[in-house]
Ligand binder design. Structure first.
Ligand code: NAG
Ligand code: NAG
Ligand code: NAG
Length: 279
C-alpha cells in the first residue's frame, strides 16, 4: 500500500519533492527490517502506521494541489464569487449596485448642469443669461456649473452625443463645423455666490484655474465602435476627479477650432456636456 503511494508520488514531483518521500519510504523499510529482527513492539506498529498515514496524507495533499493547479478551474470565477460571502467595502457600493440592477443602468449616472451661460470675447461686455442654448466658437465659451451629491467616488465630464436615430426621434440635433474631437474643459473658480452664474459677460466670467482635459463631441455609438476609445473616460486627458458627497464644479467649455450649436435640454436622449458619476 505504501509503495503504491510512493509510485503515485512520482507524478507530483513539481509539487512535492520526491526525495523526502523516498527517504521516508527508506526509513520505513529500514525500521521494518531492523524490527523484524526483533519482535514487533506495539510502539513500532504505532510508529509505522503514523508514517504510512503521513505518506497517505502527503499523497492526498499532492493530488489536491495538482487538481487546484490544473488549467481548468473546478468552478467558474462567477460560481466561486457567488459561493463567497460578499465583502462590502462601502454600503453605497451595494446601494449603487441595487439601483443599477433595478434600473438596468449600463452607464454612469448623468447629472444635468445647474447653469449653462454663454460668454463671448467678441462682445466682452455683453451679458448673457443662463439657459439651454449652447454656442461654441473661437470667441464663444460656455460656463457650466454642476451641483451634485454623489454616492460614488469619481466623476468626469463628457461630451455626450446620443446615437443619431435617437436624437432624431427625440427632436434633438446640433450644428457643427470644424474639429469637435478636442473640446477643452477648463476648471474655473466657483463664485461664492453661484447666483452670479445666471448672467455673465466675457469680462465677468470666472477665472480659469487649469485645463482638466478635452472631450470628443461625437456620437457615443461611433466612439464605442472605435476600439481604441474603449474606456477612454478612465484615461487622461478626460477629466476624472473625486466627487463623493456634495460637490460643486464650474467649468469653461471652449473650442478654438470649431463652431458648435445646440440646445441642451433635460430630456432623453442626452445631448450636451454632462457630469457623469462613475459607479
Ligand atoms: C423640435 O425642436 C424644435 C427646436 O429645437 C422646436 O421648435 C420644435 O417645436 C420641436 N418639435 C417638437 C415636435 O417637439
Ligand atoms: C478646480 O479648482 C478648485 C480650486 O482650485 C479645486 O478645489 C478643485 O478640486 C478643482 N477641480 C478639479 C476637478 O480639478
Ligand atoms: C473621436 O471619436 C471618433 C468616433 O466618433 C473617433 O473616430 C476619433 O478618433 C475620436 N477622436 C479622438 C481625438 O479621440
Amino acid at each position: 500500500m505504501a509503495s503504491t503511494h510512493s509510485s503515485d508520488m512520482q507524478e507530483y514531483t513539481l509539487l512535492m519533492s520526491a526525495a523526502p518521500e523516498d527517504g521516508m519510504q527508506d526509513e520505513i523499510e529500514l525500521k521494518s527490517r531492523k524490527h523484524t529482527e526483533q519482535q514487533h513492539s506495539p510502539r513500532f506498529l504505532m510508529l509505522l502506521s503514523v508514517l504510512i498515514t503521513l505518506v497517505a496524507i502527503g499523497a492526498a495533499a499532492a493530488f489536491h494541489l495538482s487538481v487546484l493547479s490544473d488549467d481548468e478551474p473546478l468552478l467558474t470565477p462567477k460560481e466561486i464569487t457567488s459561493s463567497f460571502r460578499m465583502a462590502l467595502p462601502s454600503p453605497n457600493l451595494e446601494k449603487g449596485r441595487d439601483i443599477m440592477m433595478k434600473k438596468k443602468y449600463k452607464l454612469p449616472e448623468m447629472i444635468f448642469p445647474t447653469y449653462i451661460t454663454r460668454v463671448n470675447a467678441a462682445v466682452p461686455d455683453t451679458v448673457y443669461e443662463s439657459g439651454h442654448s449652447v454656442i461654441l466658437s473661437p470667441t464663444d465659451s460656455m460656463i457650466y456649473h454642476w451641483m451634485t451629491n454623489s454616492p460614488w467616488q469619481m466623476c468626469y465630464i463628457s461630451g455626450f452625443v446620443s446615437p443619431s436615430e435617437l436624437l432624431v426621434a427625440g427632436n434633438k440635433s446640433y450644428r457643427s463645423e470644424g474639429d469637435l474631437s478636442a473640446i477643452e474643459i477648463w476648471n474655473v473658480t466657483t463664485p461664492a455666490n453661484t447666483g452670479t452664474l445666471t448672467a455673465l459677460s466675457w469680462n465677468t466670467r470666472p477665472a480659469r484655474i487649469s485645463l482638466l482635459g478635452t472631450v470628443n463631441f461625437t456620437s457615443v455609438e461611433a466612439q464605442r465602435r472605435t476600439l481604441q476609445l474603449d474606456g477612454q473616460e478612465l484615461r487622461p486627458p478626460t477629466p476624472r476627479f473625486h466627487c463623493l458627497g456634495e460637490t460643486e464644479i464650474t467649468v469653461e467649455v471652449a473650442c478654438k477650432a470649431c463652431h458648435l450649436e445646440f440646445e441642451q435640454v433635460f430630456s432623453t436622449p442626452p445631448l450636451g456636456f454632462e457630469l457623469l458619476q462613475l459607479a
